[in-house]
Design a protein. Sequence first.
Length: 586
Amino acid sequence: MPEQVLTGIPTAPGIAIGEVFLFRHDEPEFREFCILESRRDEEIARFEESRGETRRQLATLRENLAHQVGEAVARIFDAQIAILEDEEFIGAVLDRIGRDGLNAESVVRRTAEQFHNKFISLDEELFRQRAQDVRDVGRRLVKNLLGTGDRTVGPLDQPAVLVTDDLLPSDVVHLLRENVQAVATDLGGAASHTAIITRSLEVPAVVGLKELTRLVHSQDRIIVNGNSGKVIVRPSGPTVRSYRAKLARYEEYQRGLAGIERLPAVTLDDHRVALRANIELPREVDAVISHGAEGIGLFRSEYLFLARNRLPSEEEQIADYQQVIKSVAPHPVTIRTYDLGGDKMFPNHPHPAEANPFMGWRAVRVSLDQPLLLRTQLRAILRAAAAGPTRIMFPLISDLQEVRQVKGYLEEVKSELKEGGFTLQSEVAVGAMIELPSAAVMADKLAREVDFFSIGTNDLTQFTLAVDRGNERVRRLYRPLHPALIRMVRMTIEAGHAAGIEVAMCGELSASPLATMLLVGLGVDELSVSPVAVPEIKKIIRSMSYRDAVALAGQALELDTADELDEFCREEMKSRFADLPIWFSG
Ligand code: PEP
Ligand code: MG
């Protein structure tokens, strides 16, 4: 088969050439085998058991949905429940187990595919829906036959390129970096949590490749270019040779960064930028230190919840926070309170289905509606803060009222702790994430309420431009380097500085080498990036002058469109930093 080139969104740098390890969350793996004639009744009984379990699961789903969003939507499940009673479908399965003597999983998958293909060929919307339903029911039956719940990617037992439909927060807990040469996924936009997770693995990654899992087979050869977003399936000999050369050059560039971790992020004319790291789980602190970040600018604490599949207790939180704080001291750790909701759902947590979850019940809104959750977390942070410099940050702040409310809870918790005999050892600074346009517009007022700001460009971009950050179909429109965004960033920095507070940035734009001079020139005090991005950003900061950066930012602010801004940053950066991997590794 000829090579195929796909282009997705590059989310973690590097180039890998390897073999595919294919994993789909919705398609359990199993072997096909024959059943002795004497045991076929047992196999039929096994199938009937899974049919009963599937019926129960679908009925529960239907009931929950009816409760949450209404009867009309819940009826979708009636069609699936009906398939379990459909004489033609069930008859065919039972017949084949008895006649062909194959294991029930194989028979169900084959029969469901056959019905799916028949319906799809009828080319009418109603039948297309039925095709989808029969496939879903087939998958659920197979899962129940195997006794597996929703699958998560486990550790790989030999080196391979992980090709998967999606990488979920629940996967990241089990998936170790070992043996993962690179990651390529069907789903995910530039600032989706899939993208963020791939970055934390520190292997080359490309997301949003749409149909990739349908185009490859396990053990196919594949190239993943996490610098350009290109993925080449079954590459030809000359392509492999050309990528080996790019890889060699990239490795040479990486070697050139050695030693930089011990140096500060300071410009040639002595302007200091705090270069910190974003983490999801405590185990990433080693990478924070080895890559030379000066502390943690964003600890996405909700991953402590996702990693356990349940709420961590106060003591568990303290242990996790303390481990991180102690490891990076004397540098500070900024702990963001839970940002649950959006695409970070805890599967067993009661959470109503929402049409627009990113704009729904998430982040600080959940915390304010569940004061116990918030107070426990605040108490854990304050108690852990005795271990070293700690800051608290609140996500998705939309106005002053919310800030005042969360600060009210913080003061209450502090008083309780003091009354309980606990000595608060240090002042814990309080920050607001500026990631909603309303917060950017009100930044002057908000600045009087908090000790620092951190600009979350991932959400700020999606809400300013009304472009879903996780949807690869609108990725062309997702442009953090947009004049509207840059103006908001400037506004926020000016407002923060006028009030004498520091302004950080922790969205993915902070890690873009194209934007480093612009952001520093706009006056950002801290950049917080994934650990793997620290050396490259530090090298740029150490090789530029602040004076030039301010001039460059001034020119950038005059530009009219995202294309102009992008081209301007490319030209300026290319003329100054000709050796960056973005230029040679396309
Ligand atoms: C952001 O929105 O830019 C941000 C850093 O937060 P998260 O990606 O966790 O939403
Ligand atoms: Mg955010």
